[in-house]
Design a protein around this ligand. Structure first.
Ligand code: PEP
Ligand code: MG
Length: 565
């Protein structure tokens, strides 16, 4: 069978099918009071479980992992849900289980019909809560998965399923629905577990104990494979693991070209939990902490203390290494409903990121205070996203100065030498990067957005995905201009967009004079190896040729032929 390869790697293991509850049948009751009491008890018991799962997760994995349980507690406490269930029991004289199922179905339908993707995704959380309540009503215990070498097969994995999973037990995930941006796909990638999503019919096609192969690269699933195929995949798996291991020799080494030209390679992270994989993969720093992720999956913005704890954890975790924390980059594809950013025709061109923070200054100040307070615990650098003008930088820095004055007045310590930089991800900023270089301590080029805005290709639109290319000469010229202007202006220039980890473009960025590269932890060691293969002189020659080419296709073809690493 085949689905969408959502997390790289090969998994070979024993199937465990996630049990789905059978849908309660319609049945009538006489004693309404007793049925309502059952519902009350189920809610109390479900909340108690959630509280203890929350505490357990926070204790073992840190606060971030507990957030999903907190969000579920908040949903469970919403009186509307319980009221809908109880009303059904009273009016229709049906069982608690049946009315729960009906109410959950209604809520799910409402969420699923919403325009906003974030709300549509919340339907899964509602289902999850529904299952919890039903299990309590039916007295079904809710243990995790048992054993090792498991491949979890499920119609869908709910957030609390994935939060329960222990990485050591798991060889892979396969789900019948969902795609590569679903919650379970993201978790699989963070855990480094191969995963395939959207394999319709998979749940019916397997049973517990079947042997199964998960090819996270191609999306292929093999159920009870032949001996030959099993052997083939065992070899593939060993080779893949060996390749990963081989790269470990680069873990403690500096990032240098063959002739000793130094660069820095850091990690992109989205939570304090990502510090560990970053360090395991030899990150020399964090080049981008996408702080908006700590604002997600919640019902209100994290307060100053919560943010301070998260930033402090990252800074302490990284020791003396530099850590670039980007201020809230909400909007566009990163929807945070409670921020009340209105629906827009063109959200990527809309009210978002620094534009939002410069209006919602109270929220912005809370973040800046938390950052400055955390600055004493490491080597912090603050970065503003989506900058397009000098004024935005000056206004942002003015607010940062106000925050510093407030902290001074309160006698709260901070590092006065925290560097302040900006993302260069809007073409306007790249074009005037000579001017902007006078205003800040560093640039970090965000190619994900820079490509989208330069070529007018929505980065999320599947229909025009072929037009979204980093090889477009216009993109390369803007990147080159930014690096040259930054270097000429005496500031350091980095890149945290995905192009930094592109094995074909990475070497020519070194020749362009890029100093710092930030990428997914899994790409760091390979990039360090690539750097070590070439001299700067050779890379300069390759760059000169690339810059003489007029089309994206020519650039890509030439780079593929030149770099065979
Ligand atoms: C970018 O735009 O390249 C970037 C790093 O930011 P994000 O992907 O978070 O928009
Ligand atoms: Mg961006």
């Amino acid at each position: 069978m085949r689905g969408i390869g959502a997390s790289d790697g090969y998994g070979i293991g024993k199937v465990v099918v996630k049990k789905e509850l059978s849908v309660p049948k319609k049945a009538y009751i006489e004693d309404v009071e007793a049925e309502i009491q059952k519902i009350e008890n189920a809610f109390i018991a479900a909340e108690k479980d959630l509280e203890s799962e929350y505490e357990q997760k926070v204790e073992t994995l840190g606060k971030e992992h507990g957030e999903i349980f907190k969000a579920h507690i908040a949903m469970l406490q919403d009186p509307e849900l319980k009221k809908t269930i109880c009303d059904l029991v009273e009016k229709e004289k049906v069982t608690a289980t049946y009315s729960t199922q009906m109410a959950i179905d209604q809520f799910v339908a409402v969420f699923q019909s919403m325009d906003n993707e974030y709300f549509r995704e919340r339907a899964l959380d509602i289902k999850d809560i529904g299952v919890r309540i039903l299990k309590k009503l039916l007295n079904i215990s809710d243990s995790g998965f048992e054993g090792e070498g498991l491949v979890i097969v499920a119609k869908d994995l709910t957030p609390s399923d994935t939060a329960k999973i222990d990485k050591k037990q798991i060889e892979g995930f396969i789900t019948a629905i969902g795609g590569s941006t679903s919650h379970s796909a993201i978790i699989a990638r963070t855990l480094g577990v191969p995963a395939i999503m959207g394999v319709s019919g998979i749940v019916e096609a397997v049973k517990d104990g079947d042997i199964i192969i998960v090819d996270g690269f191609t999306g292929d699933v093999f159920i009870n494979p032949t001996k030959e195929l099993l052997h083939e995949y065992e070899l593939k798996k060993v080779e893949y693991e060996a390749k990963k291991k081989e790269l470990m020799i680069y873990k403690e080494q500096p990032s240098v070209t063959k002739d000793g030209h130094h660069i820095e390679i850091g990690a992109n992270i989205a939570s304090p939990d990502d510090v560990e994989p970053a360090l395991e993969n030899g990150a020399e720093g964090v080049g981008l902490f996408r702080s908006e992720f700590i604002f997600m999956n919640r019902t209100e913005a994290p307060n100053e203390t919560e943010q301070y704890i998260a930033y402090k954890a990252v800074l302490e975790g990284m020791g003396k290494r530099p850590v670039v924390i980007r201020t809230l980059d909400a909007g566009g594809d990163k929807k945070i409903p409670y921020l009340n950013i209105p629906e827009e025709m063109n959200p990527f061109l809309g009210y978002r990121a620094i534009r939002y923070c410069l209006v919602e200054t109270d929220l912005f100040k809370v973040q800046l205070r938390a950052l400055m307070r955390a600055s004493v615990f490491g080597n912090l650098k603050i970065m503003f996203p989506m900058i397009s003008s000098v004024e935005e930088i000056r206004n942002s820095k003015k607010i940062l100065d106000e925050v510093k004055s407030e902290l001074d007045a309160e006698g709260i310590a901070y590092d006065p030498n925290v560097e302040v930089g900006i993302m260069i991800e809007i073409p306007a900023a790249a074009v005037i990067s000579d001017v902007l270089a006078k205003e800040v301590d560093f640039f970090s080029i965000g190619t994900n957005d820079l490509i989208q805005y330069t070529t007018a290709v929505d980065r999320m639109n599947e229909n025009i995905k072929a037009l979204y290319t980093p090889y477009h000469p216009a993109v390369l010229r803007l990147v080159h201009t930014t690096i040259k202007n930054g270097n000429a202006g005496g500031i350091w220039v980095g890149m945290c967009g995905s192009v930094a980890g592109n094995p074909l473009i990475f070497p020519i960025l070194i020749a362009m004079g890029l100093h710092e590269f930030s990428m997914s932890p899994g790409q760091i060691l390979k990039s360090r190896k690539i750097a070590s293969l070439y001299t700067l002189e050779y890379l300069n020659e390759v760059l000169a040729h690339v810059l003489s080419l007029g089309t994206a296709e020519e650039v890509e073809t030439y780079l593929k032929a030149t770099f065979t690493h």
